[in-house]
Write a protein of this length. Structure first.
Length: 71
């Protein structure tokens, strides 16, 4: 059986917070990689990873907005 609306909202909020924390950490790592002169492909890979996490976070936020009647 699927989740109730309340359970789904709670799970979405946790995922949004988790992705937010991951993005913050990845940005710190990116800054450190740039400062330490890492290879360009490593920096580009980190940027692409951050972009992917932002897309996932935005999707969860949009679903949450729909469930909470904001859209």
């Amino acid at each position: 059986m699927g989740m109730t609306k309340k359970e789904l909202i709670k799970e979405l909020k946790k995922k949004i917070e988790w992705y937010g924390d991951l993005i913050k950490g990845a940005r710190r790592s990116l800054k450190q990689n740039i400062d330490e002169g890492y290879l360009l492909h490593s920096i580009v890979g980190t940027i692409k990873t951050i972009q992917f996490m932002e897309i996932k976070k935005e999707a969860y936020e949009e679903i949450l907005d729909m469930l909470e009647g904001k859209l």
